[in-house]
Design a protein around this ligand. Structure first.
Ligand code: GCU
Length: 694
């Protein structure tokens, strides 16, 4: 097994610290309360608990099948289950508020003095599995006082989803961790390997409950995923996922009836098309009874969709929703819809406006088993973007927030860029819906408007690499996504702390250093790449490395408009595209105002002269020079920091990160020099500090 393969479930044996002995003694047995124990998830929970404790405590843990007396050990049970005395597990061990806080999918853990046991309770077997992983996480992180434990929590988001952009041929769109571990050469890889099971464990341990296994760009071969040609293999994947409480979703091709040569149209209002999808959906459910539903990218980047037939996206989504409804399935319909054939000479069309302009007018028209999946920003996962104004713009529509764990525009898992601080900013952003406190996190979860479906999805950053994510430190983004989707109130530091301890062990000096690196990494990456919210400036197609004009004269709608006087996109209402007016409350006026717009988003909203003075007191051009010189230096600093860990962590882990940090340090210089040189030549303004510009 490659170093890093077990990721945060490496379960290193704990040292004999104070309290360890008595904890180890306390946690010697596992039993299941009452007559439960037959559900598959409960079996998984017990097996995971045994496996984890044995490794952490370094001793065998007994599973007591029929629990006669509740004395000692750990006991798992569902709240409503009755024991032989007729008393339910819930009432025996937990108070009302714990049971309430555990909700339908969460858990409660408490130590019972009278029974001298640690009780893990939940309303559902899935909750027990999450409770088990929580307990293991606490113990692995150094908690020894199990007798003081009293926790109860439920996930904030119903849908906690990871989307794979894997293609059937084994390539991964925007994959930076090797090829797909799901497919190769139009065959399924997973069925014979244990890798899928290992993957499912990692997902469940961070609370993920939904997985879409194929790219949103559904090409010819993957169009067959919803047919008997592929369904038996897909059902086997679904079975593995099911053991870990994860529902399988598929991306579908909106033009599937045509692509599969069964109809000559995909018009959502044509009854033959609707019937075709009903039949096909029934076929899917026959093979995968607990199938989650369809993920759809339509009328976007050359994918087919309802626009071909002059229908709108509500028509398209609702037609699929009808087909899924009898089985309890849902449609996740992506809002990443924009004109990708724009003329760069056209200064009126603004890609940033597109999601809102397309979907806000449809608010209220979507069926209740449709959720709109909205990227965190209006463009495309840049290092810095404002939050999509569509959050706040929809009042009667289920919504799902979409992040990208894959670091497409944030260093492609060759640079370290811990994204949790960025995601936190998005989640905490106040949309001012209804004029009040309406942060994105409560809109996405559905709690704000009382939506039936809500949650967060993210594009996966995993692949066939031995450590799953290419860059070992990119595992922190994967881990962090799951933890945040469960509990958006966790801080970025808390998550970094958890992840480093679970991954590297208990050396506080080591962990403090890695946490420091992670916490600075997003700011550092931003400082040597595209400045002040303008985004892009990357090489076309693969998107790695600097190329200031890479997209400047292209059709993709991503421009910086630099000339000899200044740069930035005017998105104001008076002279620009009017995008700023898509926001509510003070957000609209703050972004619209040159004086009030935050520095980090200045060039997203305004076209300014190089001599414009930022709130920081620096001119825009001097800010560009300073951040690029400093950022590249800091990238080198990350490598120097890491090198102090040599010999203090396992070589296998040390070396893989060292080589990536070396590349980052070099590559950051390339970014620095291209950006500084470009703007020096354009503006003719020298660096106030006279540093070397080419
Ligand atoms: C980005 C990415 C594409 C992807 C698209 C999407 O544009 O570069 O590869 O298909 O997002 O989210 O659909």
């Amino acid at each position: 097994i490659a170093s890093g393969y077990k990721a945060w479930l490496s379960y290193r044996r704990l040292a004999d610290q104070p309290g360890f002995e008595s904890m180890a003694e306390q946690l010697s047995t596992i039993s299941v309360f009452g007559s439960g124990g037959k559900e598959v998830l409960l079996k998984t929970a017990v097996a995971e608990l045994q496996l984890g404790l044995q490794a952490l405590l370094g001793k065998p843990i007994l599973i007591i099948q029929e629990q006669e007396q509740m004395q000692g050990g750990i006991v798992l049970g569902q709240f409503h289950q009755d024991g032989s005395s007729g008393e339910s597990f819930g009432t025996r061990y937990f108070n009302e508020s714990s049971i309430k806080n555990a909700g339908s999918e969460g858990f409660a853990i408490v130590f019972s003095k009278s029974d001298n046991c640690l009780a893990i309770g939940a309303a559902s077997p899935a909750g027990l599995l999450y409770g088990v992983f929580h307990l293991l996480r606490l113990i692995a992180a150094g908690e020894t006082r199990v007798q003081d434990l009293n926790v109860a929590q439920a996930p904030a988001n119903g849908l906690r989803m990871i989307d794979h952009w894997d293609n059937f041929d084994g390539s991964v769109e925007r994959g930076y961790a090797g090829r797909s571990f799901l497919y190769e050469n139009n065959r399924f890889l997973t069925t014979e390997s244990d890798r899928m099971r290992d993957y499912a464990r990692l997902l469940a341990s961070i609370g993920i409950n939904s997985l879409c296994i194929n790219n949103v760009n559904v090409h010819h071969e993957e169009t067959y995923f919803i047919t008997p040609r592929c369904l038996p293999e897909i059902a086997r994947i679904a079975d593995i996922l099911k053991d870990y409480g994860i529902k399988l979703f598929l991306s579908v091709n909106f033009a599937a009836p045509i692509e599969l040569k069964e109809l000559d149209t995909a018009d959502p209002l044509d009854s033959r098309v609707a019937d075709w999808w009903k039949r096909q959906t029934a076929v899917v459910y026959e093979a995968v009874p607990d199938f989650g539903g369809f993920l759809v990218k339509a009328d976007s980047e050359n994918r087919p969709g309802p626009f071909t037939y002059d229908r709108d996206h509500a028509d398209g989504a609702n037609m699929l929703a009808d087909a899924l409804r009898p089985f309890g399935g849902i449609v996740i319909w992506r809002c990443f819809v924009y004109n990708c054939k724009q003329d760069w000479r056209d200064r009126k069309t603004d890609r940033a406006r597109a999601a809102y302009d397309h979907f806000q007018p449809l608010d209220g028209r979507f069926a209740d088993n449709v959720a709109l999946q909205i990227k965190n920003g209006p463009l495309d996962f840049q290092v810095r973007e404002p939050v999509s104004p569509l959050f706040g713009g929809l009042e009667k529509t289920n919504q799902v927030l979409e992040f990208q764990i894959a670091q497409e525009y944030t260093g492609q898992q060759r640079h370290v860029c811990y994204l949790v601080p960025q995601w936190k900013e998005v989640l905490d952003f106040n949309t001012f819906a209804k004029g009040e406190q309406a942060p994105v996190k409560s809109i996405a979860s559905g709690s704000f408007w009382g939506n039936k479906i809500g949650g967060i999805a993210a594009v996966s950053n995993t692949g066939r690499d031995g450590n799953w994510t290419g860059h070992l430190l990119a595992q922190a983004n994967w881990y962090g996504f799951g933890r945040l989707a469960w509990n958006p109130e966790l801080t970025a530091e808390e998550i970094a702390q958890e992840w480093t301890t679970l991954t590297f062990g208990h050396d506080e000096g080591v962990n403090a250093l890695i946490i420091d690196m992670l916490m600075n990494s997003w700011r550092i990456y931003e400082s040597y790449t595209a400045p002040l919210g303008i985004g892009w400036m990357v090489n076309p197609n693969h998107h790695y490395g600097p190329n200031v004009d890479g997209y400047e004269f292209s059709q993709w709608g991503t421009y910086h408009y630099s000339d000899h006087k200044g740069l930035g996109v005017d998105r104001t209402t008076a002279t620009g595209t009017g995008y700023s007016a898509q926001y509510l409350g003070e957000n609209a006026s703050i972004y619209n105002s040159l004086e009030q717009c935050p520095d980090e988003l200045l060039l997203f909203f305004h076209h300014v002269p190089y001599t414009h003075v930022l709130h920081s007191g620096k001119t825009v051009i001097q800010h560009i020079y300073d951040t690029h010189f400093h950022g590249a230096e800091e990238a080198g600093g990350l490598l120097a920091q890491w090198r102090t860990l040599k010999g203090r962590i396992e070589d296998g882990l040390y070396l893989q990160v060292e080589s990536r940090l070396q590349e980052q340090a070099e590559h950051a210089k390339e970014w620095r020099d291209q950006i500084n040189t470009y703007f020096h030549r354009k503006s003719g303004i020298p660096d106030a500090q006279g540093r070397r510009i080419y």
